[in-house]
Design a protein around this ligand. Structure first.
Ligand code: SAM
Length: 250
């Protein structure tokens, strides 16, 4: 184990995540593939090994500091890009059934390759817009945990992600510092989408010290049939106070 792996291992162990040697090897292989494929396609601006371990791998795993993923059955990652946060979570919690959704097919091909190379089973990589995939019965109202990192502001993001969550499931939005303004802006959207914000957890990355926040949102009922709206609309015209598309019972 070199210094990067040693500190990664120790920092995670301090948070209750014990990585075995073969899991550390999977992270190493993932890093190599990320850098290799990044030369051919735009996957990440971060390529220094220590920075990838901190800003992508550790940051992705921080979700598990605040919820017990060892008890979760399935997880959907919306707008996963190069695989964050779902691939690090799958490596650390191999029992999870993962669904990855991204609208860029090249990234889905990369992720399929990563899963094959790392021997990750039960990862479904779906090419499509979340607005469309979230209407497919096999994915709608199905997931115990739904997450997204660095995809969009919460008001629009909720409409992309919440349709995937089961009733009583959790949508964990991984954000930078100070998400309060976004949360206020999303109040109407969350109500429309039958969800409520439960808590916000904050952390600092261990070396770079930049702040992160994870907003935990509980799905309180099934998604109304009106949502998500047509692909493109949720982010262009986020649900911020206006006319409800859901018919009120008389
Ligand atoms: N979650 C990754 C991370 O934290 O590094 C990637 C973030 S990247 C900025 C946003 C990703 O969301 C892109 O890969 C993009 O293709 C995807 N995306 C954007 N809109 C989407 C949509 N409507 N449905 C599915 N994926 C979408």
């Amino acid at each position: 184990m070199d210094a990067v792996q040693k500190s990664f291992h120790e920092l995670l162990a301090a948070r209750g995540i014990e990585l075995a040697p073969h899991q550390l090897s999977q992270f190493e292989r993932y890093f190599e593939l990320l850098v290799e494929w990044n030369e051919r396609m735009n996957l990440t601006g971060i390529t220094e090994r220590d920075a990838v371990f901190e800003k992508h791998f550790y940051d992705s795993l921080s979700l598990a500091f605040y919820m017990d993923l060892s008890k979760a059955r399935n997880l959907a990652d919306i707008g996963s890009g190069a695989g964050f946060p779902s691939i690090p979570l799958k490596i650390a919690f191999p029992h999870l059934q993962i669904t990855i959704v991204d609208s860029l097919n090249k990234r889905i091909s990369f992720l399929q390759h990563v899963c094959d190379a790392l021997g990750l089973e039960n990862v479904q990589c779906v090419h499509g817009r979340a607005e469309d995939v979230g209407r497919i019965p096999a994915h709608r109202d199905q997931y115990e945990v739904v997450t997204a990192r660095a995809v969009a502001r919460l008001a629009g993001l909720g409409e992309l992600c919440l349709p995937f969550a089961a009733k009583d499931g959790v949508f964990a939005a991984m954000k930078g510092a100070n998400p309060q303004e976004e949360l206020d802006e999303a109040a109407y959207a969350l109500k429309e989408l039958r969800a409520k914000a439960e808590r916000v957890e904050t952390l600092k990355l261990p070396f770079e010290q930049s702040e992160r926040a994870i907003v935990f949102i509980r799905k309180t009922d099934r998604t109304p049939a009106a949502y998500p709206r047509k692909a493109g609309i949720p982010l262009k015209q986020p649900l911020v106070r206006g006319i409800s598309l859901v018919k009120k019972p008389r």
